[in-house]
Design a protein around this ligand. Structure first.
Ligand code: DAH
Length: 349
């Protein structure tokens, strides 16, 4: 049994392979059900007990070496493919669009403007934070320490560069770090919303790796849960244009609020269309609660004198609900037909 020869041949083939399909074929040829290494392992049964032990160990070593070589080559090919896509598929965003296209406002942009205007009328101003965050602002300052299960609830994109604490930067998984940034900058009372992009490693019809949230934060001497409920109900009535809106608040858990709740709005399906505000079905639209004093203390807020509430809402989700759209990914497909059908004329705005 020439194990060295097999390893040499496999190594050479893997090295020469230049695309994923070819590499997959090599994997099957060596490690598949009828692959060379698998066949060698099967032939162990004809050996004596002593031989089985030594040859078996060598074969296992061979199998894991070939497997590792394939894995690392696979990563190499993937990186090459991405780099070549980045190089060849660049678009010239300064190129003027054809005249036949009438400009449209994207539904998410419309939602942004409406959200800012509704909360603006309640006295909220707009705060901002960066999309690339530090571990501290995205997690620790919000009372989500390392190894906390809440970190796993949010599939985080990490960036190779490290921050001054030696931790990798993250693409912010929520808009909540803007709470921290604002409280470190401004003295209470604070009344802000922070709409913006957020990122999680997730993709299906209701999740997109890039999505949008709006954070709300109200800190003063006596803001309470009743104010929070009133604010959110009023927002939903205005945003969804439904005066008689059935909602419920369910107890929940977030490390940065105590107590915490989630808000659902009622809906029903009539004639294949979703009707919001009434009915026996419930849709979750946001998380909220009274800001955990630990978070306030992390921002040097005097918790003897100040308290407040916070909320975080998915802007893509409320946009989908409002306009009866079913696939979040269509928002970001860049498809001109889609925007022609689902966008808004500038005049409507
Ligand atoms: N940051 C939470 C998330 O993305 C949402 C959230 C919940 C924000 C409760 C809040 C809050 O401000 O109080 O899942």
């Amino acid at each position: 049994m020439d194990i060295k020869k097999v390893l040499k041949e496999a190594t050479k083939e893997i090295e020469l392979s230049s695309n994923q399909l070819n590499l997959q074929n090599i994997k099957v040829a060596y490690l598949g059900k009828k692959g060379r290494i698998t066949e060698l392992l099967k032939s162990l049964k004809n050996l004596s007990l002593d031989e089985k032990k030594s040859v078996g160990a060598e074969l296992n070593q061979l199998r894991s070496e070939v497997d590792n070589l394939i894995k690392s080559k696979f990563n190499e090919i993937k990186v090459e493919e991405i780099n070549s896509m980045l190089k060849n598929e660049s678009i010239d965003i300064s190129f003027p669009p054809p005249n036949s296209i009438s400009p449209k406002v994207h539904p998410i942009s419309k939602t942004f403007d409406e959200v800012i205007s509704i909360f603006g009328s309640m006295g909220y101003s707009v705060a901002e934070g960066p999309d690339i965050e530090t571990d501290y602002f995205n997690f620790s300052a919000l009372n989500i320490p390392e190894n906390h299960p809440a970190r796993e609830m949010q599939d985080t994109f990490y960036i190779e560069d490290k921050d001054k604490d030696g931790k990798p930067f993250v693409l912010r998984t929520h808009t909540s770090p803007v709470q921290i940034r604002t409280l470190l900058k401004e003295k209470p009372p604070v009344k802000i919303i922070a709409p913006g992009r957020t990122y999680r490693c997730d993709s299906d019809s209701t999740h997109s790796p890039m999505f949008h949230q709006v954070e709300g934060l109200f800190i003063n001497k006596n803001a309470n849960m009743g104010n929070l409920k009133g604010t959110l109900i009023e927002f939903c009535k205005q945003f969804f244009n439904v005066q008689d809106l059935k909602v419920r608040f369910r107890p929940s858990y977030f490390p940065f609020t105590e107590p915490s709740a989630e808000m659902d709005i009622a809906y029903e399906i009539a004639n294949n269309k979703i009707k919001l505000g009434q009915g026996d079905l419930w849709l979750e639209i946001l998380g909220c609660g009274m800001v955990n004093p630990i978070v306030l203390e992390n921002c040097n807020v005097d918790t003897k004198n100040f308290q407040g509430f916070a909320f975080g809402m998915g802007l893509d989700r409320i946009t989908m609900l409002k306009y009866g759209l079913t696939d979040i990914r269509s928002f970001f497909s860049g498809n001109l037909n889609w925007i022609a059908n689902n966008g808004f004329s500038i005049g409507d705005f």
